[in-house]
Design a protein around this ligand. Structure first.
Ligand SMILES: [Zn+2]
Length: 246
């Protein structure tokens, strides 16, 4: 799709160059495990990637706009790229993209102690994870521009991202809100919990963990009925609201 292909060693070196420049030029990102980031950093990252990996392909060919955003809404995907459907019918200078990077995945990065991967590549730090997700989204933008559609589960995308960034997968194994809460609060599905609701103390069990826990509380008027005929009411409870005992 682009006439660019690097070997893994070269890719590693280029990522190091991007990091070095980022540490110099970003107001927030000064180390691998930064605690602050702004949308300006995403614009800076884009410039650096265009220069260091993409031979200024965007500067030379791209006439449209890309809006970069840090998103708190993205929970399952770590990034997202959108453009209008009729991109082939739009004048080049009117083409617009919105690239979102999930803030949740960055904030949760260290909340589980296991190896994390993005695109089949190990992310050893929160900066790695940001960069690998960014690489994935940039390839979506390139594919949209060249092919007028983009799908990361298909072969052309995988070829593109493998050639330039060495990714071997289109998925990530970063830390979602559920897993972060499990390790932060020690709570998992099946656990019995108590919490305050109005003036009463509720008891139930955790059915699912996301940013909030889904808790099922026995109640003879409840709308949820299990296999043995017990009825429950469902609550969404922030993990901090559980009453700790003992
Ligand atoms: Zn994708």
């Amino acid at each position: 799709m682009l006439d660019i292909k690097y070997d893994l060693k070269n890719i590693e070196e280029k990522r190091k160059t991007v990091k070095g420049r980022l540490f110099q030029e970003s107001a927030n990102i000064k180390s691998e495990s930064f605690g602050k980031i702004s949308e300006e950093d995403l614009y800076l990252l884009f410039e650096l990637y265009d220069e260091i990996f993409l031979c200024r392909w965007f500067r030379q060919k791209f006439r449209g706009k890309i809006k970069f955003k840090l998103s708190r809404q993205l929970t399952r995907s770590a990034g997202n790229t959108r453009t209008r459907k009729n991109i082939s019918a739009i004048k080049p200078e009117e083409v617009e993209f919105e690239v979102k990077i999930s803030l949740n995945h960055l904030m949760n990065f260290n909340k589980a102690e296991r190896i994390k991967y993005v695109g089949g590549i190990e992310a050893a730090s929160v900066l790695d994870s940001l960069m690998l997700v960014f690489e994935h989204e940039i390839c979506h933008v390139i594919e949209f521009l060249v092919k007028h559609k983009s799908s990361c589960s298909k072969k052309p995308f995988m070829e593109l991202i493998n050639n330039i960034f060495g990714h071997t997968e289109h998925t990530h194994k970063l830390v979602g809100a559920g897993e972060a809460n499990i390790s932060e609060y020690g709570l998992k599905p099946g656990d019995s919990v108590k919490f305050t609701y109005g003036s009463s103390t509720m008891e139930g069990f955790i059915q699912k963990m996301n940013r909030k826990a889904t808790v099922m509380c026995p109640d003879k008027h409840g709308n949820y009925i299990d296999k043995s005929g017990r009825r429950y009411v469902k609550f969404y409870v922030h993990p901090e609201s559980f009453i700790k005992e003992g």
